[in-house]
Design a protein around this ligand. Sequence first.
Ligand SMILES: [Zn+2]
Ligand SMILES: [Zn+2]
Ligand SMILES: [Zn+2]
Length: 307
Amino acid sequence: MKIFSCPGCAQVVWFDSTSCEACGVDLAYDPRIDEFVTGVAACSLRETVESCNWASTGGTADLCDCCSLDLDHTADELRRPFQLAKRRTLRQLWILGIDPATREPQLRFDLRAGTEAEPVTTGHADGLITLDTAEAEPSHLQEVRISLGEPYRTPLGHVRHELGHWWWAAAVDVDFSTEEFRDRFGDESADYSAALESHYGGEDDGSWSDDHISFYAASHPWEDVAESFAHVLHILDTFETATTHRVMTTDEAPVGFRAIYDRWVPLTLTLNALNRSMGMPDPYPFAASPTAVDKFEFVATRLPQLG
Ligand SMILES: [Zn+2]
Ligand SMILES: [Zn+2]
Ligand SMILES: [Zn+2]
């Protein structure tokens, strides 16, 4: 994420800011120009617990480009981290040259909190992404993460992973052919339900790490590409943050995904070391094999602005 500034006084503002801490002016983010603006109509979910800070599109119910993708607009505290994750990731999609409004299947989100009696399964089906907002509760999130043996689990990770499924459906036979996809990831026509059933019933013996970024990615080519897409977005966002905050100084901007990736590897060591200095877990607890990096590159080079 880049550093934004207040259009009134040029003070630094955060991506989730609704007003400037220095001059007090009300702010709204305009995704079309990737800047904060003042004096525009705000998303109708701004004055709710969801605190959306995007500009209204002027369309139905005065929602923004992000909230208008939701099936339901009943504001809820548990939706807040997921909405922030959606806004952060949609900004990335636009920058990468993907406008969901111009793609099929139509992208929509269903945000609901699962309970023991009525569980909600996070997933993607024909453009509809379902997110279990019960995971906004940190203790519940950790419980699920540990029970599944995952090193990393966050609302942002969910949004990026599920958008990876949508992106595959929107980009296959448009931005890449089924054949070239299968050459890299394997045959996605393999029975998906059976693959997931066998994954959840199986033991993690670590053998996935030669060819995949995670145990889950090894379950089916669709999960592999969704995981790879999420990692590409993690890498590009963190890289943008590091360069604009000058954690990393570069004489010239790297061109292409490989050049970014070569700078990313030492950056992850710094990132993890900084967190360890504060007694925090590694934010990037992954080590990608050459084959996994080839898959990241496959995804990155099919994105209109990076390819
Ligand atoms: Zn200001
Ligand atoms: Zn909104
Ligand atoms: Zn998935």
